[in-house]
Design a protein around this ligand. Structure first.
Ligand code: FAD
Length: 435
């Protein structure tokens, strides 16, 4: 038994958080910490802020909710500004913590953060917990996912692998560790003094995170799950999921899943409750199917690691990507001259959210029509998306660019056809004709 630091990462919730439960069980004193990376505010190699204003705003709301919940349990969230390998060892020393517990994130930067902590002399216990399915339940070794999604899905379904039930939030938190006079108050004020993101509300948004119902945080996520499954919307999901406007055409789980305010198992438990009462149908099956895509991209990253970040991705025979800096800037600003693409890019920039259909269309346009580097597009999505998720973003971009696991070797979406199929009357283009 000892003093521990719980390092919150992309798991900003108390319920169904096995790593947090482990820390609560093992600690005599526990300090919960979140680190804001200095690089979030710095320009990427492509010339824009790594975390844009809407995403920052959503994160701020999420952290506020987490802090409130910890406070209600007699604990506290400490928000630090700095690299984990600088902040956490210093903090551990001042409170005499014996180690850090956190979730495992199998992406290169996140793995390097853990390696740097260990190199700084800290004991770090990582727990894999962001997938819907347990790695040990899979009908193949967790690090050896079938390359093709359909093969993966069929293997899971044939073996009847089902998600475990979500776990309850810890009821008891170990007391805060004794800390040097004023330390925790100073850290709290450093984080409070960070400039707050200036993200303006936009009533056209399909994910209006400025409203109470769509704000960041575990409390709102739980209310959304409750609301979503209290109507027959999910039964329509398969038919509506390629929609472009409004809050109801898809589940809108992703921003809460990406911040970890919602666990995939909790979302799935809501789906199962709905099926138990209303019966299973095409819509409910399709939501499960899409949640499997989320797991698939996690497993593909576990398997391929840093290769996912190469310019050629997983395809040694792919040509080196070309870039078109001017075209890329027009794409980001929504001024390419292709109306459907421009409307989508304006929505993304103004609100931090974009439908799956338009993510595919705009990504394809950047790669195959503007001949710009897919990595620049992925970085722009990282900066803008409220639901930025390292696995889903990298996996989907590689897939469309034909440098990932698409058996068809990449996908071009013809903008004229997409416009005819998905915006035949021009409502969406009219909605986003300007920013
Ligand atoms: P729904 O249609 O209701 O789907 C339910 C859930 O299934 C989603 O919340 C998500 O967790 C999962 N899901 C659905 N489609 C996919 C998919 N293609 N890949 C992985 N998971 C999926 N999703 C992210 O969460 N974060 C990202 O950073 C991200 N980047 C993307 C980049 C590109 C180029 C593309 C084409 C897709 C990307 N997606 C990403 C996947 C998908 O567009 C979003 O998950 C979805 O639009 C979120 O809205 P929703 O929750 O209403 O989805």
């Amino acid at each position: 038994m000892s003093t521990l630091i719980y390092w919150f990462r992309a798991d900003l919730r108390l319920a169904d958080n096995p790593a947090l439960l482990q820390a609560c069980a093992d600690a005599t004193h526990l300090l919960s910490v979140y680190c804001h990376l200095p690089s979030d505010k710095q320009p990427t190699r492509w010339g824009f802020e790594r975390v844009g204003a809407p995403r920052q705003r959503f994160l701020t709301d999420t952290l506020r909710d987490l802090a409130k919940q910890l406070q209600a349990r007699g604990s506290q969230l400490i928000e630090c500004v700095g690299h984990p390998h600088e902040v956490l060892p210093a903090l551990a020393q001042s409170i005499q913590a014996s180690g850090v517990v956190c979730e495992d994130i199998a992406a290169p930067e996140e793995e390097a953060q853990v390696a740097a902590l260990r190199a700084a002399g800290l004991t770090v216990d990582t727990v894999w917990q962001s997938s819907l399915l347990e790695l040990s339940d899979l009908p193949f070794d967790g690090g050896d996912c079938p390359e093709v999604f359909t093969t993966f899905r069929q293997a899971v379904e044939r073996a009847r692998v089902l998600p475990a039930s979500p776990l309850r939030a810890p009821t008891v938190f170990a007391p805060l560790p004794p800390a040097p006079e004023g330390l925790l108050a100073r850290l709290a004020s450093d984080a409070r003094d960070r400039p707050q993101p200036d993200a303006l509300p936009d009533a056209r948004s399909s994910f209006p995170h400025h409203t109470q119902a769509f704000a960041g945080g575990e409390t709102t996520a739980a209310a959304h799950i409750q609301r979503y499954f209290s109507t027959p919307r999910v039964s329509q999901y398969k038919a509506t999921r390629n929609g472009l406007t409004g809050t109801d055409y898809s589940s809108k789980f992703s921003p809460w899943l990406a911040t970890g305010a919602l666990s995939a198992r909790t979302a799935h438990a809501g789906l199962k409750r709905f099926e138990h009462i209303q019966g299973a149908d095409d819509g409910t099956y399709w939501l499960w199917f899409e949640l499997l895509w989320r797991d698939y991209f996690r497993l593909i990253q576990l398997k391929h690691g840093t290769d996912m970040y190469r310019a050629r991705g997983l395809r040694d025979d792919a040509p080196a990507p070309t870039h078109n800096p001017k075209g890329f800037l027009r794409w980001c600003a929504g001024t390419t001259g292709e109306p459907l693409v421009d409307a989508g890019m304006r929505e993304l920039r103004a609100t931090g959210y974009l439908s799956n259909r338009l993510r595919q269309v705009v990504a394809s346009y950047l790669i195959y029509d503007l001949h710009a580097d897919w990595r620049a597009g992925a970085a722009w999505f990282e900066s803008q998306l409220l639901d930025y998720d390292v696995y889903s973003n990298q996996g989907n971009w590689l897939y469309i660019a034909g440098r990932g696991t698409d058996p068809r070797g990449g996908r071009r979406f013809n903008p004229e056809k997409q416009t005819r199929d998905h915006d035949p009357h021009g409502h969406y283009r009219a909605l986003w004709a300007s920013t």
